[in-house]
Design a protein around this ligand. Structure first.
Ligand SMILES: [Zn+2]
Ligand SMILES: [Zn+2]
Length: 521
């Protein structure tokens, strides 16, 4: 499944919580008490535990759905141990009928304490022997999206290695249906580090190895855990995986990293508000579905009572955090808007700011002959617009977005009527992956197939995969990443539409208009 196809709740803020840490609070009375609380905090996701043989009641799920809250069901077992196949199948059916979509079973299988007998070095294999049939049983219920169990960051068996091996096994043994649907549940707690800790994953922190984080380096144990897991998913599944938080956020008193102050009440509030803001604003990637703040509420004697935001009677505990989240302006997550203007570094060293559409009109005829088929010109216009729009957010020349040479995109003030038509007919259309504008790279011609981005540069871009190309040249001309211009012309000659050309060369992207609707011409 591509990321845009995963179901999301109506007016999805991306904000979510973990419900009570037990199954004793899943009836109408509790929902009546905490439903309004969840709404005030802007929640549209809720992780909740459920028995395997006695699942969460249908009316509780219905109550969540009525409040536009997406349940994420954790089928809870005391240990990582086999479950009765018939129970699981029956529960899967029950959950699907009740309207549940996201489900995971087992928790932190890379921790010794989760097993009655720790399998040691063969933990991933032993785990997948149990998990794979369970995931298949869940996947067989059409509406259900099974999630791989969340791991302990770091953990007794290092989570990055554990995940890598599990996905390797899954890629080899799972049904096509499961491979297509699977998402990954995660525990991306912030610890007491900045939210950006580990951002960029192994590309940005090459000195970090599983279990080794040298001085001055950063690792995966923080909010950006999802980026490190996504690298593995891309490698093993060949696609980006939806990451669904099972539990995350700050923990009061956390002092895991000595270089940063412990999490006091004020820092707890700041972390939670920043996570919520980042996910609503589209700064957290769209493949990260939610926050799952640990923990909405718990009984007095519960082992996790120290983490609760509320007492069971609804009395606020973490008042500062609750206030910060309640005060935060709420908005649904959206696809990014396209900027109206772009700053351009001219060859004489001066900078001018121009209308984005005018800039694109100066690019297209410099990048493709204006006599090219119209659909190829349109594809080129969309790629050039996307490249420039992304450069507005991440300028390529100091504060200036783009230059006028092939370093960025060739540009001159000269227009042509045909290429202007291609630009006008695609006005505002861009390429996105998740809700991010893609790096819309292109080049002159290839040798029969394009290149994976990481073969040419460092970054493994999920949408810049090696694909076959009909251009049939014997030699590569250009970097080979993204759209082959010669191939685009040939495809258009054979009747391909602009969006078909683009989705051939940029894998898994959406071709969308300024209002977010798909462009299918
Ligand atoms: Zn440049
Ligand atoms: Zn080609």
């Amino acid at each position: 499944m591509d990321l845009a196809s995963y179901p999301r709740p109506a007016t999805d803020t991306g904000i979510g919580f973990h419900w009570f840490p037990d199954t004793q609070h899943e009836d109408r009375a509790w929902l009546k008490r905490f439903g309004p609380v969840l709404k005030t905090l802007g929640a549209s996701w809720l992780t909740l535990p459920s028995g395997v043989s006695n699942p969460v009641p249908e009316h509780f799920i219905a109550g969540l759905r009525d409040r536009a809250i997406e349940p994420v069901v954790h089928l809870w077992t005391p240990f990582v141990a086999p479950v009765a196949e018939a129970d699981l199948a029956r529960t899967a059916r029950h959950l699907a009928d009740a309207g549940v979509r996201y489900v995971f079973i087992y928790d932190r299988p890379n921790q010794m304490g989760q097993w009655t007998k720790w399998p040691g070095d063969s933990a991933p294999e032993a785990f997948m022997d149990l998990a794979l049939p369970a995931l298949e049983a869940l996947a067989r219920e059409e509406p259900l999206i099974p999630l791989l169990s969340p791991l302990q960051p770091g953990g007794d068996y290092h989570d990055l290695r554990f995940l890598d091996r599990c996905l390797e096994i899954l890629a080899a043994k799972a049904s096509a249906n499961l491979k297509d649907k699977l998402g990954i549940a995660i525990h991306n707690f912030t610890s007491n580090k900045p939210l950006t800790w580990g951002h960029g994953a192994s590309q940005a922190w090459p000195a970090t190895r599983p279990g080794v984080c040298p001085e001055g380096s950063e690792d995966h144990t923080g909010y950006c855990l999802h980026e490190w897991y996504q690298e593995i998913a891309l490698r093993r599944l060949g696609r980006a995986a939806l990451m669904v938080a099972a539990a995350n956020g700050p923990i009061l008193g956390d002092r895991a990293h000595t270089a940063h102050p412990p999490v006091d009440a004020a820092r707890h509030a700041a972390y939670a508000a920043e996570m919520a803001r980042s996910i609503m604003a589209g700064e957290s990637p769209y493949y990260l579905a939610n926050t799952a703040f640990w923990l909405l509420a718990a009984e007095d004697g519960d082992p996790f009572a120290a983490n609760r935001w509320y007492k069971p009677d609804g009395t606020p505990v973490l008042r500062e955090t609750i206030q910060a989240l309640a005060d935060l302006p709420k908005r649904a997550r959206t696809v990014p808007s396209v900027p109206a203007t772009v700053s351009v570094l001219l060859e004489d060293g001066s900078t001018v700011t121009m209308e984005l559409e005018d800039y694109v009109k100066g690019c297209v005829p410099r990048e493709l002959p204006a006599s090219s088929p119209m659909e190829a010109l349109k594809a080129q216009a969309i790629a050039a617009r996307t490249f420039a729009a992304r450069a507005v957010r991440q300028p390529r020349h100091g504060a200036t977005a783009v230059c006028t040479t092939s370093h960025c995109q060739n540009w001159s003030p000269k227009h042509s009527a045909r290429s202007d038509k291609a630009v006008d007919e695609t006005r505002g259309v861009v390429l996105t992956f998740g809700d991010e504008l893609i790096g819309a790279y292109y080049f002159a011609h290839c040798d029969g197939h394009t290149r994976n981005s990481e073969e040419v540069w460092r970054a493994a871009l999920p949408y810049c995969r090696s694909v076959p190309c009909i251009c049939g040249n014997v030699k590569m001309y250009g970097h080979g990443v993204g759209m082959c211009q010669e191939g685009a012309i040939r495809m258009a000659q054979q009747g391909a539409l602009a969006h078909e050309i683009l989705t051939h060369y940029y894998r898994g992207v959406r071709v969308q208009r300024a209002d977010g609707t798909p462009f299918t011409e």
